[in-house]
Design a protein around this ligand. Sequence first.
Ligand SMILES: NC(=O)c1ccc[n+]([C@@H]2O[C@H](COP(=O)([O-])OP(=O)(O)OC[C@H]3O[C@@H](n4cnc5c(N)ncnc54)[C@H](OP(=O)(O)O)[C@@H]3O)[C@@H](O)[C@H]2O)c1
Length: 331
Amino acid sequence: MALPKTMMAIAAERTEPGAKLVAKEILVPHPGPGQILIKVASAGVNRADLLQVQGHHPPPPGAPDTPGLEASGTVVAVDQAVSGIREGDEVCVLLSGGGYAEYAVASALCTLPVPKSVSLTDAGGLPEVYFTVWSNVFDTARLRPGEDFLVHGGSSGIGTAAIQLMHARGHRVFTTAGSQEKCEACVKLGATRAIDYRNEDFVALVKAETNGKGVEVILDMVGGDYVMRNLQTLARGGRLVNIAYQKGAKVEIDFRIVQARMLTMGATGLRGRPDSEKVLIRDHLAREVWPLFDTGRLKPVTHQVLPLAEADRAHQIMRESGHIGKILLAP
Ligand SMILES: NC(=O)c1ccc[n+]([C@@H]2O[C@H](COP(=O)([O-])OP(=O)(O)OC[C@H]3O[C@@H](n4cnc5c(N)ncnc54)[C@H](OP(=O)(O)O)[C@@H]3O)[C@@H](O)[C@H]2O)c1
């Protein structure tokens, strides 16, 4: 297929103070060994992109400067070393950068088909959240059948995916969100109890709902004072895993509760992991999660699709945090 030489992509332009996203003309990238090139249908916006634009979450070595950790689209070129993916396939891809563009290069190892029941546009918001949720909840925190689960930020991209997936797998799901409207959306997605964190105490409520036991696994993106409060909410033998620390990374921990209740704490990042680790998560998603879209147990939760050129406005919407689910950019 004849491809254009240049394309529109989004770049961060430093301003005083902060930075602004602008559209630029850059060269269309070529797929390297083991890679594919897609014509992007949509790119998911992630909170990490906001941090990158502010200079706090730099791309790992070798990743493009263009933001964008996930995308969906049609395959337009395939490196000869890749098997099982062909030009014309509709796919969604986990990226270490480069999604905010008309074309993006992806590793074949981080590529999944678009589930049949999901539109090509909505699929751009699936990879980052499902790779993150699966790897943290099952690989790191080892949630077992019948155990109870709490995810903070239930209306976030991560939260809407985590609630649906754990509900579909038969777990009781507790969550926190910042308004009544968001709590109602979380319950519709399958949360047993959504807690309005601005007006309610999640420690007391989760304890009450579990007859004093607490939950076995917590997925947290808040940090700060939530760390000790999470430890108080865990059942004996419980596991806490942090994927972000929006309220602060430096906290004081009373390890007596960790020891007395035999708790485990962990924290992970996804972007910097090698493809050899990401492909293991990809394979779990293909086997255990993607079929749940086709049976209607999982649905993409898209808050809004904006034109690619409006990436700066998309970031503003995420900063204001009025969204429920994913914000997407469509070239
Ligand atoms: N480590 C990793 O590999 C990894 C991968 C993906 C994402 N993440 C992190 O996961 C988080 C979610 O990502 P996203 O892209 O889905 O972003 P997002 O949609 O903007 O979500 C951020 C969420 O944090 C919630 N929140 C903020 N303060 C809270 C508090 N005190 N209590 C409860 N919830 C609170 C917000 O809820 P309200 O709006 O209701 O306040 C919002 O739902 C981000 O921090 C991101 O950096 C980490």
